[in-house]
Design a protein around this ligand. Structure first.
Ligand SMILES: *[C@@H]1O[C@H](CO)[C@@H](O)[C@H](O)[C@H]1NC(C)=O
Ligand SMILES: *[C@@H]1O[C@H](CO)[C@@H](O)[C@H](O)[C@H]1NC(C)=O
Ligand SMILES: *[C@@H]1O[C@H](CO)[C@@H](O)[C@H](O)[C@H]1NC(C)=O
Ligand SMILES: *[C@@H]1O[C@H](CO)[C@@H](O)[C@H](O)[C@H]1NC(C)=O
Ligand SMILES: *[C@@H]1O[C@H](CO)[C@@H](O)[C@H](O)[C@H]1NC(C)=O
Ligand SMILES: *[C@@H]1O[C@H](CO)[C@@H](O)[C@H](O)[C@H]1NC(C)=O
Ligand SMILES: *[C@@H]1O[C@H](CO)[C@@H](O)[C@H](O)[C@H]1NC(C)=O
Ligand SMILES: *[C@@H]1O[C@H](CO)[C@@H](O)[C@H](O)[C@H]1NC(C)=O
Length: 832
């Protein structure tokens, strides 16, 4: 026997003694509460610190305690306090205790059978604990509300005697590991039951016969996410006033008989999705007076939506995807003033869309894709709240309605795989679209430029008549021959790609042979702008696989420790062939003279006919990318300083340094951090060494390189610009704000951080959702300011992006409070 049990017994004895000698109940009740506290494990003490015999307050005022007017404990509400330990029978000695809520704690004991002895208990809430063992056969007969949900270890069958709880109004047993059949008479005497939740268990088999008739007070029934089978319970609305029926994700089969539904005059929510129901969908359902939600997707329902649906005054949400509905979409459906979602893809609806298909300002999601609809898309003028429109995979004809451009919050448009003709309306440019898919139609004419730039061209594909830069067809416009020359440019670029690739492959072979020979320094010449204290021999022989810290399209990066302890990075570049030692010296000299606190120094280079080794500073902390990917957390103040420093470095390259330089490959892996988290941009201006085309296009062609740093206009723009660097900077800034990698291949949502952020930001609460959750909310205002800037930097239209000096000013204004360094908690990421 442990100390606690002994204490409990001692206190109980005291209790009994005092009960025998005193008529006032209060002090005894205080002892009972203290006995309960002593049966709990220690970690409870902080939350129940005022539960103490020396406490100046009356025990009726203790945490979680409430009393009757006669100062007898009537309720114990102690949810979510991490309590664990025993649930002693002495609690039942509190004569007035009617409510016991110990939910969301850590009690890990067998289901406390003895609590069934509590004489006055009405509500018992033990949900979300770690209780185990079978459900007791006997429960307090006076109970009106029993919640044992979310105790996955209960793992029990439903006891046949549950039905003795004739006063029970609410029974919640969801996610409690229940399995087996529902016994025929377990529930049939729950005459008072209003809410019954058995969802998320492993119950199997059919429902007992007369299931509904036995539950005359039932209002909310949730049997979803089990493995129940058999027919729809036809008597479910017998004489009760059922409001909510959830049968989804089970194996129910057969029809839903119309007669069963007709009686459900109070039904508001019906969820029968993901079962094996079949047969005509009960048409009475559509005109039930209170129906708000119908979810029936993923079944095999047939039949039509009756015209009477137009009179519904309550329908809000209908989802009947992937069934076998047929007939027309009835007029009036889209004008039901309460309806905000109608989703019916993958059915057999046919005929024309009614004129008022999108007729209500409440409507926000419309999806009738993959049906057999025909005729034109009606003007969608009155549904000003529409966010998502999917009409893909039908046989719709005619043009894209101009009215789409006036729907201010429209974000997703999928009109793909129809027979639409005409052009893409300019009006769509005014929308903040996240997706426009008009592929596989018969559209024609010039595509508005920003659409090409902002959205991958594949969403326009399969429209042979569309023309524009980057598309298979150039437009024949009145500037005479320009279109043709665009086509020519594309051909030239394509050839250049092919040739470039061959050169690259040959080059690799050359370098490979060179190193296989044993990395001799024969034929190497070196130029050092700073004294490094090493010879090119030492540098060259050190460049083996082990020292490689990064692999890039232009060559690998190796780390080299100088005799003095400092680190330098050696970037191995292929000599494009036409670069003489003299030009290399001039060009790399130009890079070396670019000196700024936020640029890495170019220290020197080694030259041979086939390769160049570019030597620059390296820093132990690695790159911004390394630090963001590691497990530690960078505080916002540090991230903002990184953003600001990077912007200053970039502005120096763009504006102050002569000649002006472009970075052309800015990304989080190209910004190193020194010991004080001061950012140092590296890898800038390599176009001067390997040629503009290679430096910009090779990273794009290289499969493993993130593409999302590349501005969308690269596809049609002939020259690289400062705005493209600003786009890349915007992507880096988004990484700092969200803590998310720029590109996530495994993310089905959106691999590209810009798209991901845009989608989220367009939703309510969106901006807050993208902020890195690891950062305290006190930085929220600054982060939102930075987010706004990042969105401008990543604008689809280059001319809308701020210049680099403007970026610096914006960040400086955010950076009002300069935070001290050394806030990094985690291992130093040195190299990978
Ligand atoms: C409970 O505390 C309040 C003030 O906090 C006090 O007014 C009241 O008298 C106390 N009740 C008892 C029973 O001690
Ligand atoms: C419960 O424990 C968790 C984890 O230890 C802790 O985060 C939480 O603050 C605790 N809650 C209370 C009320 O003590
Ligand atoms: C039981 O407690 C949980 C969590 O504290 C709460 O969500 C639930 O509504 C309660 N159940 C009843 C029947 O009051
Ligand atoms: C249901 O049973 C299966 C197989 O016995 C088990 O893997 C699963 O965890 C159970 N699910 C629940 C919710 O208890
Ligand atoms: C559901 O029940 C079927 C038989 O009715 C059984 O084959 C299947 O394994 C069950 N699934 C689970 C998860 O228990
Ligand atoms: C749009 O609303 C106006 C005014 O309520 C109404 O007259 C018109 O018929 C509606 N148009 C459609 C297509 O529903
Ligand atoms: C589109 O129109 C063509 C020619 O009129 C027809 O052959 C084709 O079946 C139509 N496509 C669809 C999806 O209706
Ligand atoms: C665009 O539509 C086509 C044809 O329906 C489809 O194959 C493609 O996956 C769609 N793209 C997106 C991003 O939705």
């Amino acid at each position: 026997m442990n100390f606690m049990a002994a204490t409990t017994i001692l206190l109980l004895l005291l209790t009994l003694l005092s009960t025998a000698t005193s008529s006032s109940s209060s002090p005894d009740e205080q002892l009972l509460l203290l006995a309960f506290k002593s049966s709990l494990h220690d970690q409870a003490s902080p939350s129940l610190s005022d539960w103490s015999p020396s406490s100046p307050t009356h025990h009726c005022n203790w945490t979680g305690v409430a009393c009757t007017p006669h100062r007898s404990v009537s309720s114990l509400d102690l949810p979510g306090l991490n309590l664990s330990g025993d649930l002693p029978p002495s609690l039942c000695s509190l004569p007035s205790l009617s409510r016991l809520d110990l939910s969301r704690n850590l009690f890990s004991v067998p289901l406390p059978l003895h609590l069934s002895l509590c004489p006055s208990l009405l509500l018992l809430n033990l949900s979300s604990n770690l209780l185990w063992g079978p459900l007791p056969d006997r429960l307090p007969p006076s109970l009106t509300s029993l919640d044992l949900s979310h105790n996955p270890s209960i793992s029990s069958q439903l006891p046949p005697d549950l039905g003795t709880l004739t006063s029970l109004k609410s029974l919640r047993l969801q996610a409690s590991g229940l399995h087996g059949h529902i016994p025929a008479d377990a529930l049939l005497r729950l005459r008072s039951i209003e809410l019954l939740d058995l969802s998320r268990n492993n119950l199997t088999g059919p429902l007992p016969a007369n299931f509904g008739s036995g539950l005359p007070a039932l209002a909310h029934l949730d049997l979803s996410q089990n493995n129940l089978s058999g027919p729809f319970p036809t008597d479910i609305c017998n004489g009760n006033s059922l409001v909510e029926l959830s049968l989804y994700e089970n194996s129910f089969a057969g029809p839903v008989p119309p007669a069963a539904i007709q009686r459900c005059s109070s039904l508001e929510r019906l969820q029968v999705q993901s079962n094996r129901f079949a047969g005509d969908f009960p048409s009475a359902l559509w005109s039930l007076p209170r129906i708000r939600l119908i979810r029936a997707e993923d079944n095999r329902f047939t039949g039509r939506i009756p015209a009477s649906v137009a009179r519904s005054a309550s329908l809000e949400q209908v989802q009947i995807d992937s069934n076998e509905f047929s007939g027309e979409i009835p007029p009036g459906l889209g004008s039901i003033p309460t309806m905000y979602r109608f989703s019916a893809p993958s059915n057999g609806f046919s005929g024309r869309l009614p004129d008022d298909f999108c007729g209500s300002p409440a409507m926000s999601i419309l999806d009738v894709s993959r049906n057999s609809l025909s005729g034109p898309i009606p003007e969608l003028a009155n549904c000003t709240g529409l966010v998502s429109l999917s009409l893909a995979g039908n046989g719709l004809t005619g043009g894209i309605p101009r009215s789409l451009g006036r729907l201010q919050v429209l974000t997703y448009i999928d009109l793909s795989s129809n027979n639409l003709t005409g052009g893409i309306p300019e009006g769509l440019l005014g929308l903040k679209l996240a997706l426009l898919n008009v592929s596989f139609n018969r559209l024609s004419g010039a595509v508005p430029l920003p659409l090409i730039a902002g959205l991958p061209a594949s969403f326009l594909q399969g429209n042979p008549g569309l023309c524009g830069p980057g598309l298979p067809n150039a437009c024949e416009d009145d500037e005479g021959g320009r279109g043709q020359s665009d086509g020519l440019t594309i051909a030239v670029v394509a050839t250049a790609f092919a040739v470039g690739f061959v050169v690259l492959v040959l080059g690799f072979f050359g370098v490979y042979r060179l190193y296989r020979k044993g990395a001799t320094s024969d034929g190497w010449k070196s130029v050092f702008f700073y004294p490094l204290g090493v010879s090119e021999d030492e540098l060259i022989t050190s460049l083996d696989e082990k020292s490689a810290i990064g692999r890039g399209p232009l060559g690998n990066v190796h780390l080299f420790q100088l005799p003095g302890g400092g680190l330098v990075a050696v970037k191995k570049l292929l000599n494009p062939g036409n670069l003489s030692l003299r030009t290399a010296k001039a060009e790399i000299g130009t890079l070396a003279k670019a000196r700024h606190r936020n640029l890495t120094r170019v220290l020197g280079f080694c030259y041979s006919e086939s390769a160049l080794l570019l030597v620059h500073d390296y820093h132990r902390r690695g790159s911004v990318g390394d630090v963001l990917r590691s497990s530690g957390t960078l505080e916002w103040g540090v991230r903002l300083r990184i953003a600001l420093g990077t912007a200053r470095g970039l502005a120096y390259l763009h504006k102050d340094y002569v000649p002006h330089l472009l970075h052309r490959n800015l990304k989080s892996n190209n910004v190193l951090l020194d010991d004080d988290f001061e950012p140092k941009i590296t890898g800038f201006g390599l176009d001067r060494v390997v040629g503009g085309d290679a430096s910009y296009r090779l990273p794009m062609a290289h499969g493993s390189e993130p593409r999302c740093y590349i501005a969308p206009e690269h596809g049609y723009s002939k020259k690289t610009t400062e705005q493209m660097d600003i786009y890349s900077f915007g992507v880096l800034l988004l990484e700092l704000i969200t803590g998310r990698e720029a590109e996530r291949q495994e993310s089905r949502e959106a691999p590209d951080i810009v798209k991901w952020v845009r989608r989220k930001v367009n939703m309510t609460n969106g901006p807050l959702e993208v902020l890195d959750p690891k950062i305290s909310s006190s930085s929220q205002q600054e982060m939102l300011g930075a987010l706004d800037l990042a969105l401008r930097c990543t604008s689809v239209m280059p001319e809308k992006r701020p210049a680099s000096d403007e970026v610096v000013r914006s960040l400086e204004s955010l950076h009002s409070v300069v935070n001290p360094p050394e806030i990094y908690s985690g291992e130093l990421p040195i190299s990978s």
